[in-house]
Write a protein that binds this ligand. Structure first.
Ligand SMILES: [Zn+2]
Length: 471
């Protein structure tokens, strides 16, 4: 080992020197590239992990339509949507999804409001799809939490459809260079098309079977799940106990627990769960916790309280900036990573003007951070949009960009041996990227010529926000 050490140090020094060489080229590229070219460059950027991802919120309505109208991909089910409604119909009931079994149990008058998803006219289909994303001025927090999520209705019960949607997500993420997805994929309330309840323990092997299929393996994306407790529900302590035991018994695929649900609801305050978590910790070996915390407008003690719950990752932590003592603690300890969700924070109005977001302050004062998509289906966006936002708004340097991806893998809850492989592969991919657009491209125009060959996939957010659209 002693004789290898100098060699190892040389290798690390060489890679640091190479990264330094590329840093100037990256700055030049950001300065010279058109927005379209910069987007393509960042689409081609090797990404690490998406650590803050809600499986349901990641489903694009176009993918939902394809899968929910195809019995071969949804376990032989059929889906209907409330496409006939008047001004008196609650917003959350409009375009709500139900499955065949629910439809058949409705009274004839109620049935009249529903249309088989497959029978929507082209105009209705567009209106239906738009009902599942924040795409119009004025749509924000209320639309997201109280309207769009409830509209998913019976979709959450159908495991086959949800798995197919996950696979499409994995394919799209793979195309933009993601290596690891740690998605919040709960198993509450699963019901087969013929009405039989599916327990989480029954569902787990079905999930493994689907994720072992060649189309998933071909993506190369490593996928792990977190289970999620909705924090404001009356039975949240009991649910937390059940989920804790389930995750503890299924650690290969489930690597952590999350706590979600609108944080301003006082019924979901963090300290409500302190005694339950302490009891559970006394009963099970360590489980990793990533809790939503500090996704709030004003100052409060939620981030600090969530640290006391034992979380090693925090979702959002937007108001951490308003709690100097806790911010200092996180800067000093560097034990806890903040999962940043820029587009989410903008669209839900927690930080409407992203130039005011605390992300650069966290990043540049020693708080570990990474970029994530949160609910990319509902934002109509992708992970490249997050990087494009960060690079253009905060003038990220190349070492900062690389550190974001490295952090996302280093702080992933995945098993240590898998993490080591992911980290090693990330360094290799980053070196290849530096070679491609740096040493391998003698001039900036050589590098931009390579950028032109990248074929990004963009969605509505990029078009609406930056006028960027790739076909
Ligand atoms: Zn979230």
């Amino acid at each position: 080992m002693r004789c290898l050490l100098p060699l190892l140090l040389l290798l690390v020094a060489a890679s640091v020197a190479k990264a330094a060489d590329f840093a100037a080229r990256f700055d030049d590229l950001v300065r010279t590239a058109t927005p379209r070219q910069l987007y393509a460059l960042l689409y081609d950027l090797p990404k690490g992990g998406d650590l803050h991802n809600h499986a349901g919120g990641s489903d694009r309505p176009e993918w939902m339509f394809e899968i929910l109208t195809d019995p071969a991909r949804n376990g032989g089910d059929a889906f209907y949507t409330r496409a006939r409604f008047g001004p008196e119909t609650e917003p959350a009931a409009r375009y709500r999804l139900i499955r065949r079994r629910t439809y058949e149990q409705l009274a004839p008058a109620a049935r009249a409001g529903y249309v088989p998803l497959a029978d929507l006219s082209p105009a209705e289909r567009i209106a239906w799809a738009n009902a599942f994303r924040l795409d119009a001025p004025g749509e924000g927090r209320d639309e997201f939490f109280n309207v769009i999520w409830p509209r998913r209705g019976d979709l959450s019960q159908n495991l086959d459809a949800r798995l197919e949607l996950l696979v499409v997500n994995l394919q799209a993420f793979a195309a933009e260079g993601l290596a690891y997805l740690e998605t919040q994929f709960g198993l509450d309330g699963l019901v087969t098309p013929d009405g039989r309840a599916l327990t989480p323990a029954e569902a787990a092997p079905l999930i493994e079977r689907r994720l072992a299929q060649p189309d998933v393996v071909a993506t190369g994306v490593v996928v792990r799940f977190q289970d999620t407790v909705i924090r404001f529900r009356p039975d949240a302590e009991a649910r937390l106990s059940e989920i804790y035991a389930f995750v503890a018994a299924h650690r290969d695929r489930w690597v952590g627990i999350n706590m979600a649900g609108i944080e301003s609801d006082p019924r979901g305050r963090p300290l409500r769960f302190l005694s339950t978590l302490r009891r559970l910790r006394a009963q099970h070996p360590t489980l990793s916790l990533s809790f939503h915390a500090g996704e709030m407008d004003g100052a409060d003690s939620h981030v600090r309280d969530t640290l006391l719950l034992g979380a090693s990752r925090l979702g959002h932590a937007v108001n951490l900036i308003k709690d100097p003592d806790t911010l200092l603690l996180l800067q000093q300890q560097q034990r806890v990573l903040v999962e940043i969700n820029l587009i989410s924070n903008r669209l839900l109005g927690y930080v409407p003007d992203l130039t005011q977001h605390p992300f650069p302050e966290y990043l540049r004062t020693g708080v570990p951070v990474c970029l994530n998509t949160d609910d990319r289906g509902m934002w109509d966006s992708n992970l490249t949009d997050e990087y494009f936002t960060a690079v253009t708004t905060y003038r990220l340097s190349w070492p900062e960009v690389v550190q974001l991806g490295r952090n996302s893998l280093a702080r992933a809850f995945v098993q240590p041996e898998v993490k080591a492989k992911l980290l090693a592969a990330y360094e290799t991919r980053i070196a290849a990227f530096e070679q491609k657009y740096g040493a391998g491209s003698p001039t900036i125009s050589d590098a931009l010529g390579k950028v032109e060959k990248v074929k990004p996939v963009t969605y509505g957010y990029a078009k609406r926000t930056w006028g960027l659209e790739f076909r």
